[in-house]
Design a protein around this ligand. Structure first.
Ligand SMILES: Nc1ncnc2c1ncn2[C@@H]1O[C@H](COP(=O)(O)OP(=O)(O)O)[C@@H](O)[C@H]1O
Ligand SMILES: N[C@@H](CCC(=O)OP(=O)(O)O)C(=O)O
Length: 281
């Protein structure tokens, strides 16, 4: 891989998962982690990089606020949790971003937003305008209205779709693990970290299990590889890195980090609505 590959990236999408935003023991928000994340993102903005955050956590935060101990299965319960949790999460983000004089905004999407030509174009225009104004959009799935037929279901995929929509050149998935391993390290202690994936073929897809390492995560490594496929076709590099030190974000731009890099392989014929219809219909 070329040295300094990430130094000149202009538009980055950063996704953080629920398990990385909350303390595993209590399920409460990890304010220190969030504060550091926000500082890192503001510093990227200060370098004139367009930044978009895809943040999970609505359901887990809402679940905690309403004292629901078990992971909800019923969709209506998840939606109610998301209604409460998303508002609270945004309040926290706005407070933290304002400490760095950074404006942020909320964008909630469903699969319909991307399939319908008018709403997709509107979403694209909104993102462009937010970037022009120097705002950091914070994206999540619109969980409160998104039933089975219209949901992405996981934010790894959503973040790649957003990266594709806004023409990002880098997608970073901050996870509870260092990157893609040869097998799930939680079940196989001999699993080894893969540093670079040049071409995402069967060999890698077979390594990624859909098991999640936490009580709040969705999709495990399988959805991350799906995201890598979308990002790569769209012309964005993708990195999986560990959210335990969110300082990894500036280290990426300094080319000095631990993680898995999926190199972009732009496909000029790649058209996101077709991909969604064909693969997630
Ligand atoms: N090949 C693999 N390499 C790394 N992690 C894997 C692999 N297969 C499955 N996993 C699991 O995926 C988990 C990360 O996905 P997930 O729990 O959805 O995290 P997040 O909430 O950070 O998105 C890891 O903790 C690990 O248990
Ligand atoms: N949209 C959901 C998160 C879905 C999701 O992919 O969660 P995660 O695996 O924690 O990134 C929420 O905000 O609770």
């Amino acid at each position: 891989m070329k040295k300094n590959r990430f130094k000149n990236k202009k538009r980055v999408v950063v996704k953080i998962g629920s398990s990385s935003l909350t303390h595993p023991k209590t399920g409460n928000l990890d304010f220190i982690k969030l504060e550091r994340l926000v500082r890192e993102l503001c510093d990227l903005r200060n370098q004139d990089i367009d930044v978009c955050l895809v943040s999970s956590g609505a359901i887990s935060v809402g679940r905690k606020m309403m004292g629901i101990k078990k992971r909800p299965k019923r969709i209506a319960v998840k939606q109610a949790c998301a209604a409460v949790g998303q508002a609270s999460l945004m309040m926290t983000y706005q407070k933290l971003f304002s400490e760095y004089h950074q404006t942020c905004g909320q964008v909630l999407m469903t699969k319909k937003t991307m399939i319908d030509n008018v709403s997709r174009k509107n979403a694209e225009n909104t993102f462009e305008e937010l970037f022009r104004l120097g705002v950091i959009p914070i994206v999540n799935e619109n969980d409160t209205v998104s039933t089975y037929e219209i949901q992405f279901g996981d934010n790894d995929t959503l973040s790649a779709i957003v990266a594709s929509l806004i023409g990002a050149d880098l997608l970073v998935l901050l996870s509870d693990i260092d990157g893609l391993f040869t097998d799930d390290p939680h079940t196989n202690p001999n699993a080894e970290l893969i540093e670079t994936v040049e071409k995402l073929d069967e060999k890698y897809l077979n390594m990624a299990k859909d098991t999640t390492g936490s009580d709040v995560g969705t999709g495990g490594m399988a959805t991350k590889l799906n995201a890598a496929r979308i990002a790569s076709y769209s012309g964005a590099d993708m990195i999986i890195a560990n959210a335990k030190d969110v300082g990894v974000l500036h280290k990426i731009f300094e080319d000095d980090f631990i993680g898995t890099v999926f190199l972009s392989n732009k496909d000029e014929d790649f058209y996101i609505p077709d991909f969604i219809e064909e693969n997630m219909g």
